[in-house]
Ligand binder design. Sequence first.
Ligand code: ACO
Length: 278
Amino acid sequence: MSEANTVTVQIEDAVAIVTLNRPAKRNAMSPTLHLEMADVLEKLRYEPASRVLIITGAGESFCAGMDLKQFFMDLKDNPPEFDRIFRIATEWRFRTLRYYPKPTIAMVNGYCFGGAFTQVCACDFAIAADEALFGLSEVNWGILPGGIVAWNVAQVLNFRDALYYAMTGDTFDGKKAREIGFVNRSVPLSELRQATIAFAKKLMEKSPAAMRYTKEAIRAVRFMNEPQANDYLSAKSDALRLGDKEKSREQGMTQFLDEKSYRPGFGHFKRKASQPAK
Ligand code: ACO
């Protein structure tokens, strides 16, 4: 593996744009890319200059899934290394991103195949180009959807669509991805970057602690029954009040009830403190 810079980072106005950078290989995820991505996410987690994370791909592709040569073929006779890379690949694309302390957006600019579905599902939001092309291509070469992808699509898509796309390998574009609920919205490719950054800036107006705890709560209650959810959410609310260094609740109440400077129904209070999410 003699690659480097398989991931690039650009931080602008507190938005970190993380780009998978193997355009000649359609940003297929090589072992080096997994290692570099894990490192980048770790650094950005604690980087106060970045408040929202956007993940995208260089060139015409978002990500063509796992690198079939470098991951499956080159490591087939090296089970410990295969296992090490597989664990790192699973960790950043699933647990790290799902519970990332800052909002995350997948900006799907082009091809999105197989294992790339994992990071799209793990991001809090996904915005696609109308022209993007998605596919669960694994069935086309005789394997199950990669890693945790089958579970992901069973969670995110309705059941019929999950079965249909996993069993046929048919591709769908960004507009269809929106229609079946795989992404939040799709826009023409020429507007994708601007629209995604505008959305990231909207997220930055909110209390970082409230955003983070809300994300964790919505993800957690999905798999709980009602009594468990009630108990968990009550404890989570207390944890938010304790953990919110900006005291958003107090600021929000005062600005609405005393200062009458905003209406919570129509928008967010004006944040007085701007501290990095911990
Ligand atoms: N693994 C390894 N190499 C890849 C991958 C991949 N997943 N995807 C593309 N490449 C390489 C090609 O081998 C080619 O390399 P070369 O220039 O050295 O020959 C280069 O990227 C460009 O690929 P092309 O096929 O020539 O590009 P094109 O734009 O015509 O097609 C497409 C792009 C549709 C993404 C096609 O490359 C493809 O089908 N890739 C495989 C997609 C896939 O099935 N991904 C799921 C993998 S399984 C998993 O993730 C669990």
